[in-house]
Design a binder for this molecule. Sequence first.
Ligand code: NDP
Length: 306
Amino acid sequence: MEPIKCLIVGGGPAGYTAAIYAARAGLSPVLYEGDVPGGQLTTTTRIENYPGFADGIDANALMAAMRAQAVGLGADIRSGAVEAADLSARPFRCLAAGGQQLETETLIIATGATARYLGLPSETRFRGMGVSACATCDGFFYRKKDVAVVGGGDTACEEASYLASLCRKVYLVVRRDVLRASEAMQARIKALPNVEILWNCNTQEVLGDASGVTGVRLARNDGAVFDISVDGFFVAIGHHPVSELFAPWVETDEAGYIRTDGVSSRTNVPGVFAAGDVQDPRYRQAITAAASGCRAALDAEKFLKG
Ligand code: NDP
């Protein structure tokens, strides 16, 4: 059994930032990066809204820089996932990839969230070539172009509204004849002149060629099948927080997001903290995840000092 003061699970902006702060605080953090080092950001290309980079920065380069900073300060970063956890008593017990047994005084959960996709083969084929699940990340590349957003919730409406400020035309593809989004959001989206809502439509196929997405084939509930021409296809049908492993102990909301105490990162289990998208259904930005990683490390440090 390996004794650890501060175990961080998750290698995205929240996890790496927590590792930077925990290392500087002398907590000798051990971080397991999971199966996708760098987190969700690595599914995008260039980031233009992370402060400090006047010309933007490649998402993978940003994650590599955060990781290198944490390593340089003494964090022990390991590949692979934490596969099992027992948070019933302190020190908490975890089982990591390769059968490594860990015993930790504090735990920072920074496992993130994954965007839900439709599951179409053509959607996978064009991921990163016109298919995206983040308008704030990728919308800029579709300035003055036509795009489609699929979904009818608050996220889809927010994404469509953001894209409408950049793009020539935005199609909102909704599978029913109503939006799930809040009334205020519905009013906002319906008032935008360059947003057209395609009601009762399901995506049959994302169309494209070697240059990327060129259109979408839609099937309307009355049986009609038709194509629209677009350069970008944004999927906004919800996110899925990666909290299952810890859910038997930490309190989550109905959607699985870990509940934290006010602006802190404290969960209902003393010594267990949550940071980043796994506890944030709302903002989901690299900068907000990084900031909450900082909070979690400071909270863990304070907890250990008693
Ligand atoms: P939601 O679960 O609220 O909405 C998902 C939407 O995607 C629904 O319209 C759903 O359709 C549609 N959908 C699901 N699966 C498919 C599919 N296979 N094909 C086509 N459409 C599909 O997720 P959101 O991410 O929008 O929101 C999550 C939570 O975060 C909500 O509570 C929301 O209010 C909140 N939020 C709040 C914001 C704010 O206050 N500013 C901003 C963003 C999110 P259907 O309705 O038919 O089920």
